[in-house]
Design a protein around this ligand. Structure first.
Ligand SMILES: [Zn+2]
Length: 123
């Protein structure tokens, strides 16, 4: 049996997990910033939607979800969850377990979808 790995998925998940904090960059550079837009469920929906639209690969959409939820599970817990529609911060720290579980489930889904895609391509 030959194990297959989706390199794009393997790289995407940690890249999303790390780059979610890029929205800290303006404040680190001294640029006034009212909100952290990447820590929002609206941003997540737009990101997953764009990935699905541009790549037509459901495994990559699930990979974005995996990285995002993984990031939220280790972050401060204080997020503008509905930015840019609401700039209110919500303390979601008590939901970390759900973020971890969601990230694990999304990663399993991403792996399943990637394997199914690779098999259908005959790779
Ligand atoms: Zn963060």
């Amino acid at each position: 049996m030959v194990r297959r790995i989706s390199i794009s998925l393997f790289l995407l998940i940690p890249v999303v997990g790390i780059t979610t904090d890029v929205d800290h960059l303006p404040s680190a550079l001294g640029i006034p910033q009212a909100i952290r837009p990447a820590h929002s469920f609206v941003f997540l929906l737009v990101s997953v939607g764009l990935v699905l639209l541009l790549t037509r690969r459901a495994d990559l959409g699930a990979g974005v979800l995996t990285g995002f939820l993984g990031h939220l599970s280790v972050d401060t817990g204080l997020f503008p969850a509905f930015s840019p529609f609401s700039f209110a911060y919500f303390n979601l720290g008590s939901y970390r377990g759900y973020f971890v579980a969601g990230s694990i489930l999304a990663s399993l889904l991403a792996g399943y979808l990637a394997l199914r895609r690779l098999r259908s391509e005959g790779a």
